[in-house]
Design a protein around this ligand. Structure first.
Ligand code: AMP
Length: 441
């Protein structure tokens, strides 16, 4: 199928031609007519499948010029980077149309965004937290929203945005079309669909990225954080083909710790992104990694998943993923465009069961490489690895790192922990909802 075969109009076809796109991807082909028909759609697809255009094409095809101030299309995404990416895609696709799109996200001045909202817009792209704040401040009215897209909903829930998402869904008018996209279908995602969606059509596309057969996959068994850091340095210092290395670290705190530990050795060739890093820093870091200025990028799963970080020479799983499907998502970032990709995973001995599960899922073995003799094994553990009194490994963060945080960290007031104001507003919405319910009765 070609784009001409979809019921697109001239402005969209012109924009598509300018971008050099020829064939719609499977999700674009499958979703187009269903979304055009007004039916709710659930798309199970990850970044790289072309899912963004899968919803933008029909939405823009249905777009009509209007002087209306309040948005008629609302697109909710989990991270600021995605807000920027989606707005950019709307601008590209809408190059020959008159469409007003605005992106809003937390961590930046709300008054500036409030003023932009008040100038009037057709499509609003937003992260849940800021969207909710704006809706509560009354600058933003959601009563005109006819189409709602929730993109990367699984990641949104992972980030703890469930309450904001539910409150926003409650604020929206009842008659609206829902489009939801998620890389994975979890129980939480299903619960949201069951509550808010109306007989949706489910469209599923296969995981993209480099097929697993084309990725050279190996693994080391490594006992702890400090030994992993030694092995990582050893690999980086002995393998010259490691030119663009994406390193997945289990948590923000461990990523910060690793950054501090090896920064002296790699200097500006080392970058880090996670959700507590300031917006500008994150954007600059990803750009520098794309441009090849940063050789090694440390990232948490959450933040890396939605980003267009691909075609890397090596993916290193410094920490094994907690969910086996995420292994495929991570390693698919290496070796695009007919190039062989390389993925290396550090498993702890207690994670070898996960390794077996991943192998069974792929029906492919991950080659175990003997631990190099030249790499020093360290006994010392980081606080996250010290067994708790219950006897299990307390690997997830509970207390704050003793360090003051790097200069590029978000200000404390902007970190996600400080959300008292949101809780206050959520309580106000709860009260309003209760009043509405009472009235209905
Ligand atoms: P997404 O899955 O929406 O994050 O898209 C991933 C990338 O694929 C983006 O950089 C798009 O520009 C690109 N893309 C989207 N649709 C197509 C298409 N039909 N043909 C080629 N590239 C596409």
């Amino acid at each position: 199928m070609k784009f001409e075969d979809l019921n697109l109009n001239k402005p969209l076809l012109n924009a598509i031609t300018d971008m050099g796109l020829i064939n719609p991807t499977p999700i674009q082909e499958k979703a187009f007519s269903t979304i055009m028909s007004g039916r709710d759609v659930i798309g199970i697809a990850q970044t790289g499948t072309g899912k963004t255009y899968a919803y933008l094409l029909p939405l823009l095809r249905l777009h009509k010029f209007s002087k209306e101030k309040h948005p008629r299309v609302l697109i909710i995404v989990p991270t600021r980077e995605l807000v920027l990416q989606v707005v950019e895609e709307i601008e590209k696709l809408g190059a020959y149309m008159s469409v007003r799109a605005l992106g809003v996200y937390g961590g930046t001045n709300m008054n500036t965004q409030r003023k932009l909202v008040e100038e009037g817009l057709d499509i609003l792209v937003a992260t849940p937290g800021r969207l909710y704040d704006l809706a509560m401040s009354r600058s933003l009215r959601l009563k005109n929203v006819k189409k709602l897209v929730i993109d990367e909903v699984d990641q949104m829930l992972d980030l703890g945005f469930r309450p904001q998402l539910i409150n926003i869904l409650d604020l929206l008018p009842e008659k609206r079309q829902h489009l939801l996209f998620s890389a994975t279908m979890t129980k939480e995602v299903e619960a949201i669909i069951d509550t808010f969606f109306n007989d949706p059509e489910k469209i599923e596309v296969a995981i993209t990225g480099t097929p697993v057969e084309k990725i050279d996959q190996s693994a080391y068994t490594v006992p702890n954080f400090y030994t992993k850091a030694n092995l990582l340095k050893y690999l980086l210092n002995h393998d010259e083909t490691m030119v663009k290395v994406l390193v997945f670290v289990g948590t923000k705190r461990l990523a910060d710790r690793l950054f501090e530990l090896i920064q002296g050795e790699y200097g500006k060739a080392l970058g880090i992104i996670h959700s507590n890093k300031a917006q500008n820093y994150r954007i600059k870091t990803v750009q520098a990694f794309h441009a090849g200025k940063i050789r090694i990028l440390l990232a948490t799963e959450i933040i890396a998943r939605g980003l267009d970080v691909s075609e890397v020479s090596h993916v290193i799983n410094f920490d094994a993923p907690e969910i086996k499907e995420n292994y495929i998502h991570r390693i698919g970032r290496t070796g695009r465009a007919d190039r062989q990709g390389i993925a290396i995973t550090f498993f702890k001995a207690e994670e070898l069961e996960m390794k077996a599960e991943i192998e069974a899922m792929m029906n492919k073995e991950i080659t175990e490489i003997p631990f190099p003799e030249a790499v020093e094994i360290i006994e010392e553990l980081v606080p996250d690895e010290i067994p708790t009194s219950a006897g299990d490994i307390n690997y997830l963060p509970k207390v704050n790192l003793s360090s003051q945080g790097a200069f590029h960290d978000k200000k404390d007031k902007n970190k996600k922990t400080n959300r008292a104001h949101l809780r206050r507003r959520a309580r106000a919405v709860e009260k309003k909802k209760a009043r509405r319910k009472k009235k209905r009765k």
